[in-house]
Design a protein around this ligand. Sequence first.
Ligand code: AMO
Length: 436
Amino acid sequence: MQRIHSSDLKNYLNKKVLVSGWIQDIRILSNIIFLVIKDREGFIQIFLPKNKVKEELFNLCKNLTKESVIQVIGIVLKSKQAKLGFEIIPESIQVLSLANTPTPIDTSGKINSDLSVRLDHRFLDLRNPKRIAIFKIRSKTALLVSEFFDSNGFININTPKITTTGVESGAELFEVNYFGRKAFLAQSPQIYKQMMVAAGLEKVYEIGAVFRAEKSHTTRHLTEFTGIDFEQAFIESEQDIMDTNENLMKFIIKGLNKQCKEQLELILGHTLIEPKKIPRITMKEAKEMLAKKGKRLPEKEDFDPEAEKMLGEIIKKEFDSDFVFVYLYPWEKRPFYHMLPENDKSVTKSFDLLWNGLEIATGAQREHRYEILKEQAKRKGIDLDQMKDYANIFKYGCPPHGGTGLGLDRIIEAMLCLDNIREGILLPRDPLRLNP
Ligand code: AMO
């Protein structure tokens, strides 16, 4: 017999089915036993009236423990008491795995455990429909990202995660002993995505692991996260790159509202708001808006989390948008490879994208002219010629180009209004957490 999921029960009324899952609840009364089992899609009630089921089944259920895995064959009947409106009267029950009791954390979601304890027992923590919903949404998001880039002519690439150089200022590198040679875990695919544009692929994207040796203990930083990176050639300016990001976000939201309606409603109580036009403001304008609300930031400084949150609220009020692009970031706060505008060398042709007051992406037009790039690197104290693999990209015909790095984990955090980035990643890595 083929197994069916809880969500399919409605199609099998009065028919014999095989279901399996984890025991969520057991209620034993003198003449009746109720079992609730959960599978990936929801819950199934198993009803055992003593006078209608075999005695051995009744006795077997008395010894079951919560979270044990069982397989049930029985008839689907309508039920007024069952949440889904159906229950199964079993003909047979097979115990596939008996769980130890008690479990280290409550899996029903009724008793809250500390996040850190939950993460220590993540596989048990995920036996909760709300948590599974997060990862169904995350899975669909990644798929939609690929669909978007694929249908817009981008080529999917896979770049090395063991490398010898990094170009992200501020983000530290994890050192690896590579057969006695010093290597690093990639802090972004920046070099390689630019390289592939120069190679002639023109438009590329990658979804892959990114490593940052930052000792940040915040609700938005991980030491290993999933980056969505893209790079595109023959652009006019960073505005073209913002367009791509804007279209991507609209595509994701539209797709999720269609394909993950149930999960979004379970977590948020509603589907996502589809953005109309995402406002684009300069860093200077953003700082003026913040200053009016009493938050003053130095000219050359980036936003702190409080400023980002405040800006999100201001934009929501003034533009009725959950998203905002902030562009023309100060040169001091951006890596050397960002292009500078002709008329103002104090800023770069770069931007951040914020969703619900959280930075989810950074992008820019890159400097593709070797001599200017070399000069910019020098201004940051970097000798470009020491970075041979990167420097070479610009020596043999490199078109104007730009791109973006988006954090998938940040997108999920912002989208689902999660308190902590760790809620949206299966097994987070941070300065303190290296397990499980
Ligand atoms: P940046 O360093 O801003 O830019 O990273 C891009 C995006 O990645 C996410 N992100 C993080 N997510 C979780 N934990 C972290 N520690 C973390 N650091 C960054 C954020 C961020 O916006 N090469 C450039 C991108 C580019 O210009 O193409 C870069 O890596 O969402």
